[in-house]
Ligand binder design. Structure first.
Ligand SMILES: [Zn+2]
Length: 286
């Protein structure tokens, strides 16, 4: 089981119906540190429950606050990339994307002294071409696929495996044998394929919803990758006009307690970084 965290500002995670709405709040100026307090709440729970995990860090946040990245790394967590900027990667020209992400990987490497191996796309917007770019840069895995039914305007790669796999270069829901690059999908209900991995689902559909999915996946011997954001545990999310209520519903105490509840419920399950999950649980030797 891996309880991953996307390290980004609160405004990066607003989920309005379109990118234009995000841009009203996300002006591409320097990050402001709105994530400090909620991130520390997550780190504290992880410390209390001996959780080792993967933190997908946004490059521009790492650039502005390298000491935070160092702190997470020093606590024994895996540092991976969440892209340099919180943009739709499928819309960036590939040569520009490759240059930007190479720089980002070097930046994270400089801060931690270790080369990041994993990647998660901002807003889970991924395609086969972006995966090719990531592989070329030297990443070993991506964790942006929710193998769920398609949710319009959001995500969903119905038919993708529920376990880590080598994605085909033609179709990312298909497996290929000829590649040393892995996709590590996030948690969904195994049969009905409803998404269940993230903070939004935890906050809006409740902790029992996520717990049920986790139980079903574990029963089948499948790995569980959950993901949270600083926003999810922020008790002081500012009011944003035009953002639907469900985007910030039950942020803060509810989610912190829910994460704790999940950790207590599945206390027998090892909580490891994604890279360890690939190496240990699947015998993948990278
Ligand atoms: Zn994000």
């Amino acid at each position: 089981m891996s309880l991953t965290v996307d390290v980004e500002e609160i405004y990066h995670d607003l989920w309005p119906p379109g990118e234009e709405e995000i841009l009203k709040y996300y002006d591409y100026k320097l990050p402001k540190g709105t994530f400090f307090k909620p991130l520390r709440s997550i780190l504290k729970i992880f410390e209390d429950y001996h959780v080792s995990s993967t933190f997908f860090v946004l490059g521009e946040v790492a650039e502005a606050f390298p000491e935070i990245v160092e702190e997470i790394h020093d606590l024994g967590h895996e540092i991976a990339s969440h892209g340099y900027m919180h943009r739709d990667f499928t819309k960036i020209p590939f040569d520009e994307l490759e240059k930007m992400e190479k720089r980002n990987r070097s930046l994270l490497e400089k801060i931690t002294g270790e080369t990041p191996k994993g990647f998660r796309a901002p807003n889970f917007q991924i395609n086969t071409e972006v995966l090719d770019v990531l592989e070329r840069i030297g990443y070993l895995y991506d964790s942006s696929v929710a193998p769920s039914i398609k949710i319009p305007g959001w995500f969903g790669y119905y038919g993708a495996p529920l376990h880590p796999y080598r994605p085909s270069r033609q179709n990312l829901v298909k497996q290929s044998e000829h590649r040393d690059f892995f996709e590590v999908p996030v948690a969904v209900f195994p049969h009905i394929r409803l998404p269940a991995g993230g903070g939004w689902f935890l906050r809006n559909l409740g902790v029992d919803y996520v717990k049920t999915a986790v139980r079903l996946l574990l029963r089948k011997g499948l790995p569980v990758v959950l993901y949270f954001h600083p926003l999810d545990v922020d008790s002081n999310v500012p009011k944003f006009d035009g953002i639907p209520f469900h985007v910030t519903r039950r942020c803060g105490e509810y989610t912190l307690k829910a994460i704790e509840h999940i950790l207590k419920t599945f206390s027998d399950c090892k909580r490891v970084p994604v890279m360890s999950m690939l190496e240990e649980a699947y015998g993948i030797n990278i």
